[in-house]
Ligand binder design. Structure first.
Ligand SMILES: Cc1ncc(COP(=O)(O)O)c(C=O)c1O
Ligand SMILES: Nc1c(O)cccc1C(=O)C[C@H](N)C(=O)O
Length: 421
């Protein structure tokens, strides 16, 4: 493997100083930032600041201190907006991914007449399907008849053409992932939104695997709503508070699940039994924000503002391209298949490496200080995230993998998954 390439790329990498901001363990090649991002010093600092404010101010921390808690969700929504190409008031940091999906579907799925179906796809993350089915049940509609699932032709990707041809008259709402969690396929959000709207269908996206990895233009594309977690590429920490986006054209739509933190902030403490919603995406909040699980995001988002999504995406594409090239040149005799799309505009931030022995190859990688994750039945996900991964890290990952394969190190492990990854 030629050293010239990675030394040259690392040498001219304008983002390389960010790696020092992160707790990257010495000798460990962390390729799992698409599942749980690493802690940054900045995130640690803002978490400590919020704890200090609690210590110092008690109840007054809601309005005083370094990061007053009462407006923190709105403030962070504004800081997150550039990552998805939204207006500041269209984004709020709140809830969890699955909770936010429930909120948005309960708001925007309004079956009427013959328009009673939700369209999703068969490769989406299971939690989304569970949520959609339970939302149908709540409206006394059976998922077997009312949840349409676009089929994959190859078990990896979902073709946009197939999604569009499933946008029938009966569909009221579409919920799709931006990037598929296993194959890393990036869907054409702009095109799908335009096609849905031509047919009078509302459309929303799960951005879990694209936020912080891929730039978006949600407002310009007129996407109706979106939701995501902040613990993957955004490094908000395990169980970090999530986010949602609602296009301004829907600000007058009453939230399906109302709660007092969705109130107009001036009125909230009037304690009236009449709900007066905020006139922003803040209306879709419910209860008191989980401040301690939000605090690391304050620091983390500062890093994203400094790095910029354009530069992050450029480096991410270079890293995944380099990884795929090395896989092709170095690992061709070991039975791997690259399961993600090759085109830049069709892939997210991770490489999907398929192998019949994937579960135990992952165990061998971990033993060799490479952290991937495994997704059944046969996928090794490798995410060289641009904030803390160098080109040399990508190179070294493939060197370690090649050694594992040449020496058949994986054979000493059973080929079954661990509990989580
Ligand atoms: C695409 C996608 N959607 C939804 C979820 C569920 O998120 P949460 O557990 O935060 O609700 C995840 C990850 O867990 C995910 O990857
Ligand atoms: N949300 C997770 C969790 O609570 C524990 C372990 C992993 C996760 C994940 O986020 C997994 C991730 N959504 C995936 O793409 O597989």
């Amino acid at each position: 493997m030629k050293q010239a390439y990675w030394t040259e790329m690392d040498g001219k990498d304008g983002l390389k100083h960010f790696k020092e901001e992160f707790y990257v363990k010495k000798g460990v090649l962390y390729m799992d930032g698409n599942s749980l991002g690493l802690l940054s010093k900045n995130a640690e600092k803002t978490l400590a600041e919020v704890l200090t404010d609690w210590k110092e101010y008690g109840i007054d921390g809601w309005m005083a201190g370094t990061h007053p808690w009462f407006t923190l969700s709105e403030k962070l929504g504004g800081k997150m907006a550039p990552l998805i190409g939204a207006h500041k008031d269209e984004v709020i940091v709140t809830g969890s991914t699955t909770g936010n999906l429930h909120q948005l579907v309960s708001t925007f799925f309004q079956p009427a007449g013959t328009k009673t179906k939700i369209l999703a796809d068969e490769l989406t993350f299971p939690s989304d399907i569970y949520a959609l089915k339970s939302q149908l049940h709540l409206k006394s509609l059976t998922p077997a008849d009312h949840l349409l699932s676009v089929k994959s032709q190859d078990g990896r990707m979902i073709e946009e053409e197939d999604i569009i041809s499933s946008m029938t008259e009966e569909v009221a709402l579409i919920v799709l992932p931006s990037v598929l969690y296993r194959s890393g396929q990036l869907l054409d959000i702009q095109r799908l939104t335009a096609e849905a709207h031509k047919r009078g269908i509302l459309i929303g996206f799960d951005l879990c695997h694209s936020i912080g990895a891929v730039p978006h233009e949600l407002s310009n594309w007129e996407v109706d709503f979106a939701f995501w977690c902040n613990y993957k590429y955004l490094n908000g920490g395990p169980g970090s508070v999530a986010g949602l986006y609602v296009n301004r054209k829907h600000f007058k739509t009453a939230p399906g699940l109302a709660g007092w933190f969705g109130s107009n902030k001036e009125k909230q403490f009037d304690m009236s039994l009449e709900f007066v919603p905020s006139d922003t995406a803040g209306a879709f909040q419910m209860g008191t924000p989980h401040v301690l699980s939000t605090a690391p995001l304050i620091g983390s988002l500062e890093l994203f503002a400094e790095a910029g999504m354009g530069r992050l995406r450029e480096k991410s594409l270079q890293l995944t391209r380099y990884m795929m090239e090395l896989i092709e040149t170095e690992l061709s005799s070991f039975g791997f298949h690259i399961g993600n799309p090759r085109e830049d505009e069709r892939r997210g931030g991770h490489v999907c490496l398929e192998h019949s022995e994937a579960a135990r190859i992952c165990k061998a990688l971990k033993e060799n200080q490479v952290v991937p994750d495994f997704r059944a039945p046969n996928v090794i996900r490798l995410a060289p995230v641009p904030l803390y991964t160098s080109f040399q890290d990508v190179h070294d990952t493939i060197v370690r993998l090649k050694k594992i394969m040449s020496e058949k190190q994986y054979e000493k492990f059973p080929n079954v998954r661990e509990v989580i990854a």
